[in-house]
Design a protein around this ligand. Structure first.
Ligand code: PA5
Length: 476
C-alpha cells in the first residue's frame, strides 16, 4: 500500500454525504437548510478553534499520535515480530477503551475468520480480546489456548481497573505455575508510565512495557500502543493506519465547515441534539466494520454524555449511541428507525469496493421472483440495500447521512477513526462540556472497589450500605 503517494491518498479519501439531513430531502420540519449552517457558523468556528488551540495539550494528546510515535512504532513492530515467532495466540486483557479499539481494528482489517484459519493461511497469531469478567468466558478461553504458546497483553491506563487486574491475577498465577521464571516473557503490559499499579507490577515482574501517553484517554487510545501492538501482532500495517489518521487530520485543518467532514458531522449532530434527536445510530454496511460501531458507541456515549457543562450548569446532555449492522438490522431495527419516534440521527457507513466479490449463482429459473438475483453479486446487493435503506429513511423524513469508504484498508480505517475522534472533540466543544472525562464510569468503578473492600473506599461502602434497601414486594 503506497500511502505516501499523493494520488493514492486522494483516491482513498472518505466522503461524507449529508444530503439526507437537508430539508430538500427530509422535509422542512426535520431537515436543515444552508441558513441553519450560517446561523451556527460561529459555533462551528469556535469548536474548530478550540480543537486547533488545544491539540497536544491536556487530554488532547491523542491529536499528535499520528506524528510522535516513530520509535515506539519501531519497537511495536519488532515486538510483534518476536511474538509471531514465539507464540500461536495473543490475548488482550482489557476493557472499554483498552479493548474496543483492538477488537474493531482486528475485525476491520484481518480475515473475518482469522482465528479459524489454519496456521499456514493465517500466518500470524490468533487474537483474543477478553473484555469481560464472565467466569464462563475465562474458562472457555483457557479451554482453547495452550498457555505455553500464548502471549498476553494486559492493557489498562489507570492500572487499577478491577476487571483487567482480576484477569491479570488469574493469568499470571497460571503462567507462574506452568512456566516458573519464564512467566514474565508471556506477558506484556501497556499502561501509564507514571500512574497506577500496573506499572509498579510490571517493573517488579520485569515485564516488557509500552506506555499510554498522559494526554490520551482510554477511548482515544486506539492509535497508541493500546491498539497498535495487537494490530501489529496480527499483521496489520500500523504505519498505514497512522498515515490515514494524519491524512484525515490534514483535511480537518480546514475551518470551512462544509469542507471538513469531522466538523460538518459534529455540527449536524449538534443541531440535531438541539432539535431533540437524542439517539445516534451507527450502521455500517460491512461485517468488517461491525465493531467500529461498538468503538464509536463508547467514544460518543462516554465523551458527550455529561451532567454539567464547563460553566458548572446542569445540562444532562448527550446522545444515546446505538449500534446496528447493515443489512442484518434492516430485518430488526429499521422498522423502528423508519416509523418510530423522530428522535434519531442515523449514520450509515458504506464501502464502495469490497475486498472480494461473490457472484450470486444461477438457479430456480422458473421462479422469476428468485431468479432475478442471479448474475448479480453480493457486492451489488449489499450496496443496493444500503441505498434502499437511505431512500426508505429519507422518504419517511428520517435524518440520515452516509460516510463512504472507497475500500476498507489500514489507511481508510485510520482516516475513519481519526474523523470520529475529531468529530467527538468538535461536538463536545459545541456543547461546552468536558469531552475527555468520565465521572460516570469512575462512579461504577469506585462502587465496585467499595463492594470488594478496597482500602480507601470505606466512605463509598458506608454510603452504599446506607442506601435505601430493596423491597421484596417489588421483586416477583
Ligand atoms: O475511556 C475511558 O477512559 C474508559 O472507558 C476506560 O477506557 C475504561 O474504563 C478502562 O480503563 P483503563 O484503561 O484504565 O483500565
Amino acid at each position: 500500500m503506497n500511502y505516501k503517494n499523493g494520488a493514492f491518498k486522494k483516491q482513498m479519501e472518505l466522503k461524507l454525504d449529508y444530503n439526507n439531513m437537508m430539508t430538500e430531502f427530509v422535509g422542512e420540519k426535520e431537515g436543515f437548510t444552508p441558513a441553519d449552517f450560517k446561523e451556527n457558523k460561529k459555533i462551528a468556528e469556535s469548536a474548530h478553534k478550540f480543537v486547533a488551540e488545544n491539540r497536544g495539550q491536556g487530554m488532547m494528546g491523542w491529536t499528535e499520535l499520528p506524528y510522535n510515535q516513530k520509535e515506539i512504532v519501531e519497537d511495536i513492530i519488532a515486538t510483534a515480530k518476536d511474538v509471531k515467532k514465539k507464540f500461536d495466540n495473543f490475548v488482550v486483557l482489557g476493557i472499554g477503551g483498552s479493548a474496543l479499539g483492538p477488537i474493531s481494528v482486528f475485525q476491520a482489517l484481518c480475515h473475518l475468520r482469522h482465528n479459524e484459519l489454519p496456521k499456514s493461511k493465517r500466518k500470524f497469531p490468533k487474537l483474543y480480546v477478553e473484555d469481560n469478567v464472565d467466569p464462563e468466558r475465562m474458562a472457555a478461553l483457557l479451554d482453547v489456548i495452550d498457555i505455553k504458546k500464548t502471549c498476553f497483553n494486559v492493557i489498562t491506563k489507570s492500572g487499577a481497573t478491577s476487571e483487567t487486574m482480576s484477569q491479570y491475577l488469574i493469568i499470571m498465577d497460571i503462567l507462574k505455575k506452568a512456566l516458573g521464571k519464564d512467566a514474565a516473557s508471556h506477558m506484556i503490559a501497556t499502561t501509564s508510565e507514571k500512574k497506577g499499579n500496573l506499572i509498579k507490577i510490571a517493573k517488579e515482574e520485569g515485564l516488557k512495557t509500552f506506555y499510554i501517553p498522559d494526554g490520551v484517554g482510554g477511548r482515544f487510545s486506539e492509535l497508541c500502543p493500546v491498539g497498535l501492538l495487537p494490530a501489529a501482532v496480527v499483521g496489520i500495517d500500523i504505519k498505514a493506519l497512522l498515515a490515514g489518521a494524519a491524512h484525515m487530520d490534514k483535511i480537518c485543518k480546514n475551518k470551512n465547515v462544509t469542507e471538513n467532514p469531522a466538523l460538518v458531522s459534529a455540527l449536524l449532530e449538534y443541531m440535531s441534539i438541539k432539535k431533540g434527536k437524542n439517539i445516534s445510530v451507527m450502521m455500517p454496511y460491512a461485517d468488517s466494520l461491525k465493531y467500529i460501531a461498538d468503538w464509536y458507541c463508547q467514544l460518543w456515549g462516554e465523551s458527550l454524555g455529561k451532567a454539567v457543562d464547563l460553566d458548572g450548569n446542569k445540562v444532562f446532555v448527550g446522545q444515546t449511541p446505538v449500534k446496528a449492522l447493515g443489512v442484518t438490522d434492516q430485518h430488526s431495527q429499521v422498522q423502528l428507525y423508519r416509523e418510530g419516534p423522530f428522535d434519531k440521527v442515523i449514520t450509515i457507513i458504506g464501502v464502495e469496493k469490497f475486498r472480494t466479490e461473490v457472484e450470486i449463482s444461477h438457479g430456480c429459473d422458473s421462479i422469476p421472483d428468485v431468479s432475478f438475483l442471479s448474475g448479480h453479486t453480493m457486492n451489488e446487493l449489499i450496496n443496493a440495500e444500503r441505498k434502499a435503506t437511505e431512500y426508505a429513511l429519507t422518504t419517511a423524513n428520517r435524518l440520515n447521512y452516509t460516510i463512504l469508504l472507497p475500500e476498507v484498508n489500514a489507511f481508510t480505517l485510520g482516516e475513519l477513526l481519526f474523523m470520529f475522534e475529531l468529530e467527538t472533540a468538535y461536538c463536545g466543544a459545541m456543547l461546552n462540556i468536558d469531552t475527555f472525562n468520565q465521572p460516570g464510569v469512575e462512579g461504577g468503578k469506585n462502587a465496585t472497589y467499595a463492594l470488594f473492600g478496597r482500602k480507601g473506599y470505606e466512605k463509598t461502602k458506608e454510603e452504599m450500605d446506607n442506601a435505601p434497601k430493596k423491597k421484596s414486594e417489588y421483586i416477583c
